[in-house]
Design a protein around this ligand. Structure first.
Ligand SMILES: NC(=O)c1ccc[n+]([C@@H]2O[C@H](COP(=O)([O-])OP(=O)(O)OC[C@H]3O[C@@H](n4cnc5c(N)ncnc54)[C@H](O)[C@@H]3O)[C@@H](O)[C@H]2O)c1
Length: 316
């Protein structure tokens, strides 16, 4: 059986598949060439990230395909219903990157409260000539311990975020339109475990009381945070979006930063990816990453191994 890992797969995933006799091809075939490549090489399964599209026309034109695998949470780039109606398996790894995304939330948060996003831009330019001025400018940092973190969307990633926040001594206010309560288990290095039950609250309370707000919902019909929501937040709030572009109104965010309502923001995802708005990129109050939430070596390993396991179960 031949697997085309068009957007790559971890070595652990390749090893697991090759061990049971699958051939894994890791060339990157351009979208326009995919149909002919799959047919020419009689590919049995295609693995993609969110860049390669696997639409109805491709599935229809490639009868050798038996499985589509996606290494992520969302399957927006795959016509899942059509594939499944036509007898293909569609598999993904929704859990594998949750802790990686949660850690990135805190990378932004820790950085923002001590102005690292700005200091890392200024120090190379003026660290030698204006050291004392920069020291003064970045001296009024704040600590996360004791602050209240608002978690919007209390699913897999939201709950991973809660684990880290609890460990840091933060208070949590979570909202979710499905989940009323969640049991969070903290696992420690020595095998000890502690559990916490977190009841979700209403959106008004979260907006009013949170010192920082982090977004973990899937794609929405409209914005989940825009002008109306910013107006209800505490002055000087921090906002993090590692979920997806289009749920946070970027123009309203910039206005809220300019008015002082929002003190800082951390963005990993953007409405106009892969060309984020220059007003965001150049904004000194925004900590920026290029959609790398799930992109740790460990998460990629987990994704590869989990995908391989599912493929072996379904196709061998
Ligand atoms: N930055 C990255 O690289 C990266 C990586 C992985 C996932 N993500 C994104 O993270 C997001 C969350 O992923 P997850 O695995 O936690 O998903 P999940 O499905 O486990 O959790 C999402 C939660 O949001 C809730 N929700 C949906 N709409 C809501 C609303 N309007 N108000 C309140 N709650 C709402 C759902 O009930 C659910 O519990 C997704 O958008 C995903 O695309 C980003």
């Amino acid at each position: 059986m031949k697997i085309l890992a068009n957007d790559g797969i971890s070595k652990s995933g390749i090893d697991a598949l090759e061990k049971v006799g699958f051939e894994v091809i890791t060339v990157k075939v351009a979208q326009s060439q995919l149909e002919s490549y799959i047919n020419e090489h009689t590919i049995d399964a295609i693995l993609v990230r969110n860049t390669t599209q696997v639409r109805q026309e491709l599935i229809e034109a490639c009868p050798s395909l038996k499985l589509i695998g996606c290494n992520g949470v969302d399957l927006d780039n795959i016509d899942v219903e059509y594939a499944e109606d036509n007898g293909l398996h569609v598999v993904n790894t929704p859990q594998a990157s949750s802790s990686a995304v949660a850690e990135l939330v805190f990378s932004h948060l820790f950085g923002m409260v001590r102005f690292l996003h700005s200091s890392n831009r200024e120090m190379p330019l003026e660290g030698d000539s204006r050291f004392k001025e920069l020291k003064k400018a970045y001296s009024e940092g704040i600590e996360l311990r004791g602050k209240t973190l608002g978690i919007v969307g209390f699913g897999r990633i939201g709950q991973e975020v809660a684990k880290i926040a609890i460990g840091l001594g933060m208070h949590i206010l979570a909202i979710d339109d499905q989940i009323k309560s969640a049991v969070i288990t903290l696992d420690f290095f020595n095998g000890q475990k502690t559990t916490f039950t977190i009841d979700t609250v209403d959106k008004e309370k979260l907006l009013k009381e949170a010192d920082f707000i982090t977004l973990h919902v899937p794609e929405q019909d409209g914005y989940i945070i825009a002008k109306k929501e910013f107006e209800k937040m505490k002055d000087g709030v921090g906002i993090i979006n590692t979920a997806r572009g289009g749920i946070l109104h970027e123009v309203d965010l910039v206005s809220a930063i300019e008015s002082g309502k929002v003190q800082f923001a951390g963005l990993d995802v953007f409405e106009t990816e892969p060309s984020p708005a220059v007003q965001l990129l150049m904004n000194p109050e925004i900590s920026l990453t290029p959609h790398i939430g799930g992109a740790t070596k460990e998460a990629q390993d987990r994704i590869g191994t989990e995908l391989a396991g599912q493929i072996i179960k379904l196709l061998s």
